[in-house]
Ligand binder design. Structure first.
Ligand code: FES
Ligand SMILES: [Fe+2]
Length: 430
């Protein structure tokens, strides 16, 4: 049951009217409530099947702050376990990725096979033989795992919403991206992980619907030729259920950075526009490749003529986020094309990316400033009213087959949707 302080914050949280209290981005109790609701009940993106291609492949990550191991067992089944030794709670696996048929705890050496069974207990006889039924013991499995078109998702809830209901109309837009790969989706160049001194929700806003910042935060990207001049024609698509898409007409960065090696990638995108518009509707031609997006709560992608990047915003504290990100390529493209895509992506987004640095500078100042302001017991309401009441059915703007609502001119429509969904989790409605 929310306490008084949380109740007060939630009272001034009216996302449908565009009112979001600043506390949401710095308050520790709100943060803890998010972990216990959003990250406990929602479906969470964990990674791509391509990251664990062979039996024994695994990677470690978190669901909220809960550490998990994602592995492909010897029978080819994808499994998700708490990264937790049931003997005395040691973190079982401390590597970020690898291949192993077994996980052996560094503390007392209990050993688990990668289907979760406890298979080895040192010095079992005579002290344990009558007191521990090995057969009945094993790793704690995450109760719900869903594989969807090459992606891996899980939920810690006992009975989560059906996965398709959770995605809602966002599924159409994710289908477009994942179908485009025709089974050739590859995570290339590994996963970068780094810490950002900011609340997890602020960075994802840029993907879910805050393209409004780009002409200012990324003004220098135009002068150095990474982007053409920013227009006022960016559309924000709200597919419902808290998800969000920024749709940039014509796609991003086609003219900039013209490198021959990118041609096979761009040709694939052009071809995909044709085949996918036949399958899903004319609207595909008006939005492909669409730009940034966010799947509620914390999985983002950015889709341009030069690359497709993905990132997961892992909460680590009210003003701390661990970013895990990488790029997707077509596995059957020439190696030089993959390398150039990786270079282009890292040049813009990544620990040293020029756009990433612009963003991170702003984000860290929001946290710093915000913490100081909250010390004065002041909780301003932030303003999310852009385009309020002006959004229309997506089909009217994008054409036949589109789903969701469109807000033009950098509307906050998807952010109001994100925060309305967040509020439902925080108040127990979801
Ligand atoms: S805590 Fe893992 S073997 Fe003891
Ligand atoms: Fe940005």
């Amino acid at each position: 049951m929310p306490n008084n302080k949380i109740e007060d914050i939630l009272k001034s949280f009216n996302p449908e009217k565009g009112e979001v209290p600043f506390s949401l981005f710095i308050d520790n109790e709100i943060y803890e409530l998010e972990l216990a609701t959003v990250f406990k009940k929602s479906w969470l993106f964990l990674g791509f099947e391509n990251m664990i291609k062979y039996p024994g492949d695994y990677f470690t990550t978190t669901m909220g702050e809960v550490p998990v191991i994602v592995t492909r067992d010897q029978n080819n089944q994808v499994r998700v376990f708490l990264n937790f030794c049931i003997h005395k709670g040691m973190k079982l696996c401390r590597a970020t990725q690898g291949n192993s048929q077994f996980f052996r705890c560094p503390y007392h050496g209990w050993t688990y096979s990668n289907d979760g069974k406890l298979v080895g207990v040192p010095y079992y006889e005579p002290a344990y033989v009558n007191n521990l039924d090995i057969e009945k013991q094993g790793l704690i499995a995450v109760p719900n795992v869903k594989l969807y078109k090459g992606t891996i998702w899980a939920s810690l809830a006992e009975k989560p919403k059906p996965f398709d209901d959770f995605l809602g109309d966002m599924k159409l837009y994710l289908d477009l991206i994942f179908d485009m790969f025709e089974g050739n989706m590859e995570v290339y160049g590994g996963i970068h992980r780094w810490l950002l001194p900011v609340n997890w929700k602020i960075p994802l806003e840029n993907f879910a619907g805050d393209a409004y910042h780009a002409p200012f935060t990324h003004a220098s990207a135009v002068s150095i030729g990474l982007r053409g001049a920013y227009g006022n024609n960016v559309r924000i698509l709200y597919p419902g259920e808290g998800h969000g898409i920024v749709s940039v007409p014509g796609g991003l960065a086609r003219k900039a950075v013209d490198i021959d090696a990118l041609t096979p990638f761009r040709d694939r995108l052009s071809k995909a526009v044709e085949t996918l518009s036949q399958k899903y509707g004319e609207f595909v031609k008006n939005m492909f490749p669409f730009g940034p997006l966010n799947v509620f709560p914390n999985f983002s992608m950015h889709f341009t003529w030069n690359y497709i990047i993905f990132r997961v915003w892992h909460p680590r504290g009210p003003t701390l986020t661990e970013l895990q990100g990488g790029i997707l390529v077509f596995s059957d493209m020439p190696e030089e094309t993959k390398r150039q895509i990786l270079r282009r992506a890292l040049h813009e987004f990544g620990p040293a990316g020029v756009l990433e640095q612009d963003d991170a500078e702003v984000w860290s100042k929001i946290s710093e400033n915000g913490v100081s302001i909250r010390k004065g017991s002041i909780d301003p309401k932030l303003i999310y009213t852009r385009g309020l009441g002006m959004d229309v059915e997506a089909e009217k703007v994008l054409g036949k087959g589109a789903k969701g609502r469109i807000g033009e001119y950098y509307s906050d429509v998807s952010l109001r949707g994100f925060y309305s969904t967040l509020k439902k989790y925080l108040t127990g409605e979801e």
